[in-house]
Ligand binder design. Sequence first.
Ligand code: KMT
Ligand code: NI
Length: 180
Amino acid sequence: MVQAWYMNNESYDKREEHHKSPPEYVSLDDLFEISGVEYYKINIDTLKSDGVLDKIKSDRGYTYEDEITISPDRLPNYEEKLQIFYSEHLHTDEEIRLCVEGSGYFDIRDNNDQWIRVHVVPGDLLIVPAGIYHRFTLDTKNFITARRFFVGEPVWTPYNRPADEMQARKEYIENLSNGK
Ligand code: KMT
Ligand code: NI
């Protein structure tokens, strides 16, 4: 099951949990309130027939879909890619990921600029809004397969922080303060 918690800010291996002491968990409702990150639970076994994913795709207009596996022996230029994924960045569009195998961490900046670590496992669909600062890493199991969705032709470009002057950033801040 997905879990989210505030990170300690220590610099040891990013693949570890980085819990605070004592741990400080964040509910999915609170996660949405303070960051705009949305979560859906998908049943991987019935995904083709139960219509849940299909409804999300049609409601939100996701027309593009592919799959990415991140592991030392499955992803070309693995080290370089992981470094890019883990550099704090934003996108001009939503980042939509459904974990279908393995696991990993999406780190999300909350409305006080604190890191929340979201541990995704199979069945977890995360929608990271345009303009939010975030990053991704594998956990100590070093393996994830995720489906990626997009509205129209995909643009995966990361804009590293600082990107405060970007329109997507400004709109994100505006939407968050309006509770959208
Ligand atoms: C990204 O953009 O951060 C990625 O595609 C990596 C995460 S997908 C499990
Ligand atoms: Ni990203």
